[in-house]
Design a protein around this ligand. Structure first.
Ligand SMILES: [Zn+2]
Length: 663
């Protein structure tokens, strides 16, 4: 049971509404004057105890559950409603539990320790006689005082317990030093010792500038490993960090471009030369999370890769891995195909710089800083890059090899949304392979892996994560007289809509345009059944109003915990196999029309049932309202069906056009 369900199960909506509306019994239900619109003649406002819902059959034509009622009545945000109702129901909200405060306290202490450690290492670097070699190393890289200070470069003594005793004396326990990654424990002997010994220390900060760990370079010739990082801790998660982002974010926003390099030294060198929009991946695969984090500042990413083919392939693989971790339901083989999918989903422009043979940004900038902006300007779009990598060693007389390259690159080209750009790459590939474009268009692609489930089926899992049987929270579904549409299917369609809206907010705009074209109102929070979904949808509109680019992180940060849990669930849903915005939005428009239709039909059957009840009870006022509804609701069904028909035709036509354009 979710928190909201728990709260609803403990409270009675009749009690809550009675506090502000004078209700009288009407059959099995309660009627009163609607608190949301001016009315004194006919009580058009009903509360249904069986389903714990309310509905105004008058001017508002609105309804919902306990949460939507108190939110509307009190003008509360979801968070406030949740807090108030939880208190009333005696339900403890997770974030109020003291354990989280303890965790928070421990994390703050750890952050303090890491900052102190950074100062300690930095002082040693600047003044300790033992740090002479470290200072010479930095001097050889031509890093100046400003750069050393800005990045707080440090030095760890060649000792097993110097750091440990220093911080023990300051009152930190071994346990705290272990948790912060400054100590290492030998699992067999149980002995503890300094993790970083005789190394150049590079503090790593999170996006807010807080030190969360260290990268430590060996100062010994052939020392292994060359870089030793902090272990994964509560604060240090390599997949969530980009080195230098805290100081680069402003420059990235100004340059509207982020350059991603491989090493810490590359970032420092670039910063010193005045190129401050540069960040480094953390020696691991570039993750979706990192790209999303960058997307808060820009939509153009430039990857500066090593010149060798292995390096290039490794980076392509990085992006592929990131994609696979998010698209668990889609099986993809390594063929760089993932890149453009990635690009499409992130709505980002990813470009690639190939470094001259044997060079990295560090030594290019050191030798000829003026070459750097030129290289950046020459960055190739991903597709062009893949074409150049794939055809680099190609034997132009080997027809089979050419087909293989075409099969590798064509899926990328077919995924490009812009038709002119798409055509451009058809031509480029034909030219590069020295074959006729018509011949190229006849090459058959290996069949993509078959999706074993149809969309409609994937949208209705029988179990929610955690093993709880799927249960709709749409309490407005009457317990009897359900004649059409499965509430669970409807619930999942809405979840599916939301997950797409969250991943690509521009879909909301497109869907609303399309709804308007077929005479329907735009998607509103009231379209959703669950209080959580309504709140998330409302928040999306809020964020879109502030900025057209909304990332999942921004949304996440703006939500309270119950909504974050719902968001987490939404993001586990299978994504559309479609990659084109137009196709996805067509599908979603149909989905919206379908669930509105299901809702009106349910309401209709509910009203029929209520009408019979009112007849038996001889409730004249209710009878009048329900009779009126029986006239109006079928009209709504008619309009929705009309919209649905026109919509299907449009999307069919669009699908056909798209096919003709591509093949
Ligand atoms: Zn009303």
């Amino acid at each position: 049971m979710t928190v909201t369900e728990e709260i609803k199960s403990r409270l009675d909506i009749v009690d809550i509404v009675s506090e502000s509306v004078s209700l009288r019994r009407s059959g099995r239900n309660y009627a009163g004057f609607c608190p949301f619109h001016q009315n004194t003649r006919t009580p058009a406002f009903f509360v249904f105890p069986e389903t714990q819902t309310w509905r105004c059959f008058g001017a508002c034509a609105e309804g919902g559950d306990l949460f939507s009622y108190v939110m509307k009545k009190e003008g509360w945000e979801f968070k406030e409603a949740l807090k108030n109702m939880a208190q009333r129901a005696g339900v403890t909200l997770e974030e109020e539990k003291p354990v989280n405060k303890e965790v928070q306290k421990a994390q703050n202490k750890q952050a303090g320790l890491l900052q102190a450690a950074s100062d300690y290492f930095n002082q040693l670097f600047l003044y300790a006689p033992q740090a002479e070699e470290a200072r010479q190393y930095v001097a050889r890289r031509s890093l100046n005082e400003d750069t050393i200070a800005h990045f707080a470069i440090g030095f760890a003594l060649d000792s097993w317990d110097a750091c440990r005793s220093h911080f023990n004396m300051q009152g930190y326990s071994d346990q705290e030093l272990l948790a912060a990654g400054l100590l290492t424990e030998n699992p067999d002997k149980g002995t503890k010792y300094d993790r970083f010994r005789n190394r150049l220390m590079i503090p790593i900060r999170d996006v807010d500038g807080r030190i969360v760990g260290f990268g430590a370079r060996t100062l010994e010739k052939d020392g292994i490993p060359k870089y030793l990082n902090s272990p994964q801790t509560d604060l240090f998660d390599k997949s969530h960090l980009l080195y230098g982002l805290d100081s680069a974010k402003r420059a990235i926003r100004e340059a509207r471009q982020a350059v991603i390099v491989e090493g810490y030294m590359d970032v420092m060198q670039a910063w010193q030369a005045g190129f401050q929009n540069v960040v480094a991946q953390m020696g691991t695969a570039l993750t979706e999370h990192q790209l999303r984090m960058l997307k808060r500042y820009t939509k153009q990413f430039i990857l500066a890769l090593d010149a060798d083919a292995a390096g290039a392939k490794a980076t392509l693989r990085s992006l592929q891995v990131a994609r696979e971790t998010l698209d668990r339901d889609v099986e993809v083989k390594f063929d760089a195909h993932g890149l453009v999918h990635h690009e499409g989903r992130l709505q980002a422009d990813i470009r690639v710089i190939t470094m001259p043979e044997g060079k990295d940004p560090d030594n290019i900038i050191q030798e000829n800083p003026e070459d750097w902006p030129k290289l950046v300007a020459q960055a190739k779009p991903v597709v062009a890059y893949v074409i150049s990598v794939a055809t680099a060693d190609l034997d132009m007389n080997d027809a089979k090899a050419k087909t293989a390259v075409a099969q590798q690159v064509l899926p990328l080209i077919k995924d490009i949304q812009d038709p002119i750009e798409r055509d451009h790459y058809w031509q480029l590939l034909a030219r590069t392979l020295r074959i006729d474009e018509r011949a190229l268009r006849q090459i058959r692609l290996p069949q993509p892996p078959q999706r074993t489930v149809r969309r409609e089926e994937t949208a209705v899992p029988t179990k929610k994560p955690g093993g709880q049987p799927a249960k709709t929270s749409w309490a407005a579904v009457p317990k009897k007289g359900v004649s059409s549409g499965s509430p669970i299917a409807s619930d999942m369609r809405q979840a599916d809509f939301l997950q797409h809206a969250i991943r690509s907010p521009q879909i909301i705009v497109r869907v609303n345009q399309k709804l308007q074209e077929c005479g329907q109102g735009q998607v509103v929070d009231g379209d959703f059944l669950m209080a959580e979904d309504r709140a998330i949808m409302r928040q999306m509109y809020q964020l879109i109003a502030d900025s057209p680019v909304v990332t999942i992180d921004e949304l996440w940060d703006s939500l309270e915990q119950t909504l974050q849990n719902r968001l987490k669930f939404l993001l586990t849903l299978p994504q559309s196999p479609e990659t084109e915005l137009e196709r996805i939005s067509d599908t979603l428009v149909l989905s919206v029309l379908d669930w509105r239709l299901a809702k009106v039909r349910l309401l209709l059957s509910e009203v029929k049932h209520l009408l019979r009840e009112a007849q038996t009870e001889g409730d004249v006022e209710a009878l009048a309202i329900y009779t009126q509804q029986l006239k109006e609701l079928p009209l709504a069904v008619l309009q929705l069906n009309k919209a649905r028909d026109s919509m299907s035709a449009t999307s069919r036509r669009r699908a056909e056009d798209a096919m003709n354009g591509r093949y």
